[in-house]
Design a binder for this molecule. Sequence first.
Ligand code: PAF
Length: 293
Amino acid sequence: MISSTETRVIENIADIRVWRESVRSAGGADKPSVGFVPTMGALHEGHMTLVRKAVRECRHVVVSVFVNPMQFGPNEDFERYPRSFEKDLQLIREAGAKILFHPPVSQLYSDGHASSTKVIAPPELTERLCGQFRPGHFTGVTTVVLKLFSIAQPDAAYFGEKDYQQLTIIKRMARDLDLPVDVVGVPTVREIDGLAMSSRNAYLTSTERKRASELYKTLCFVREESLSGRRTLEDVLKVAGDRLNKMPEFSLQYLEACDPNSLKPLETTQTPMVILVAAKLGSVRLIDNLLVT
Ligand code: PAF
């Protein structure tokens, strides 16, 4: 459905602050006043599910589009990360969000991100799983998310469960730093063949795209086999990981079953548990997870 709401594009912090002040008293008891959806743009149905949920649940919605240099490693894809601002604006307008915050890098990191103050979450959450392969990544994420929270001052902020480790770390940051924001996780949106939607799927060649759903199939296999009790959890993970690794183009980084809150690896099957996977398919790094309750 096309909404008639006008979306205002704001590029600087001072203007967001003025807008935020103007809606300060707008909240009623029934809904959070300001909902926030932070993104790096190249929006797809996964992002739009977050935006539409925020629009349903909050009086005003701010979406940010900011490709955050601090969360990319030196050999990662910051420069070539997909950017599609006009299309993003159109989608955000149709979804009915009031504000699109689109700052230049110089607004958020006036002296460059390398010398900026950083927010460091507990290493037991940030240094395992993706953190092993992307050193410093989660510090870049927590730093920019805290900055964006400080700028937009949302009552509720929406994140995809697709980035399960990121979501866990942000929830922990909000709790540890007593941030007055409700961090809401939203289930992963998948393509018909099960591939989790991600802006980086755009990098896949057509052959890789056909293969990519193997990641989700691996997660489902681990869930079914571990719940069946036919093999130990360790065996199931080994068999599933070896199967994926044997497929041409795939290179497994990790496949683990973890406690959904602490992200500590599990030795035996339990519920709830979260199964998390990361693999390179050609040159594209894909991640996915499955929560088993
Ligand atoms: O998930 C993302 O797109 C980014 O990590 C986020 C949360 C917008 C921070 O840059």
